[in-house]
Design a protein around this ligand. Structure first.
Ligand code: GLU
Length: 293
């Protein structure tokens, strides 16, 4: 089977050393296997994502030598694909409109003695799950702002047990309730990170997902959606995050870690990639670098 990997940045800032390392993992795994390396722009957050950042990120990737195969897929060009899947989930009665504001949710959580917790804090307490279909329709018809949420318990029942394989952890049993009734379509965008990633990994035929270990909890809900929708579950290689000598992870706000800044300081692409691999938090068996051009 041909190995197909992808790098899927959100264009909310410049490409920095941490994301370049993530790109390297996907690029390297595809190239060593004679497979395909794809790039996808995850720009569903239309307020934070900018075309300038997208253009600069792609230029930096090219400069680093991480040439990709085929066309770049930009998520904001494909809202119709996600809409079709939302319709399927709606027909199966697995999604519901949620009219809660952030403040409503906080109030509800504060008032409940044992609000369920997920990896990122308290989970949605399920307030709007109890609205009748008619009431939901009425409020939507009246133009009330809302997102759509997945009914996680209903989804877990329909999906049954599932698992995914992570190269470090081995077989991981899916935990469908880990994120509770997570948002499947945002208020401002007709999709969400979880939905768009799952649909795109499927449509692009991704066989190996290489990404930071910070996203590992999300893999449980991506596995759930894959099972519900009848998609193949790719293999996962969640990598540790690049950190500095004191163990602090790099982020877009670290200006001197921006690839552009390193390039402007006179570093060659090979040196930048070597720098990332030197700081990579594990021994790499094979430090393959892009060919010098
Ligand atoms: N757009 C996500 C990010 O920038 C990608 C996560 C993923 O690879 O699924 O963190």
């Amino acid at each position: 089977m041909t190995v197909v990997t992808r790098f899927a940045p959100s264009p909310t800032g410049e490409l920095h050393l941490g994301s370049a390392y993530s790109a390297w993992t996907g690029w390297h795994r595809a190239r060593e296997a004679g497979g395909r390396f794809l790039v996808r722009i995850e720009d569903i957050d239309i307020r934070r994502c900018k075309r300038e950042f997208e253009t600069a990120m792609l230029a930096d990737l090219r400069w680093l030598g991480f040439e990709w195969d085929g066309e770049v897929r930009r998520q904001s060009d494909h809202f119709a694909d996600y809409g079709k899947v939302l319709d399927q989930l709606d027909e199966r009665r697995l999604i519901y409109p949620c009219f809660c504001s952030r403040a409503d949710i906080e109030r509800e959580i504060a008032a409940s003695a044992n609000a369920p917790h997920g990896p990122d804090g308290p989970l949605y307490p399920g307030t709007c799950r109890h609205l009748s279909a008619a009431e939901g329709r009425d409020r939507m018809g009246a133009g009330h702002e809302h997102c759509l949420r997945l009914d996680a318990e209903g989804a877990a029942t329909q999906a049954g047990p599932y698992h995914f394989v992570d190269e470090t952890l081995g077989r991981v049993e899916g935990e469908p309730l880990l994120m509770g009734d997570f948002v499947i379509a945002r208020k401002d965008t007709p999709t969400s990170y979880h939905l768009a990633v799952t649909v795109d990994d499927h449509l692009q035929g991704i066989t190996l997902v290489t990404r930071g270990v910070d996203v590992l909890p999300s893999t449980h809900v991506h596995g759930l959606l894959q099972r519900l929708l009848g998609y193949e579950t790719p293999r996962y290689a969640h990598h540790k995050l690049l950190t500095d000598a004191s163990g602090r992870r790099f982020a877009k706000r670290d200006r001197d870690m921006a690839i552009r800044a390193m390039r402007d300081s006179g570093m060659a692409p090979q040196q930048v990639v070597e720098q990332a691999l030197r700081w990579a938090p594990h021994d790499l068996p094979d430090r393959a670098l892009p060919a010098r051009s």
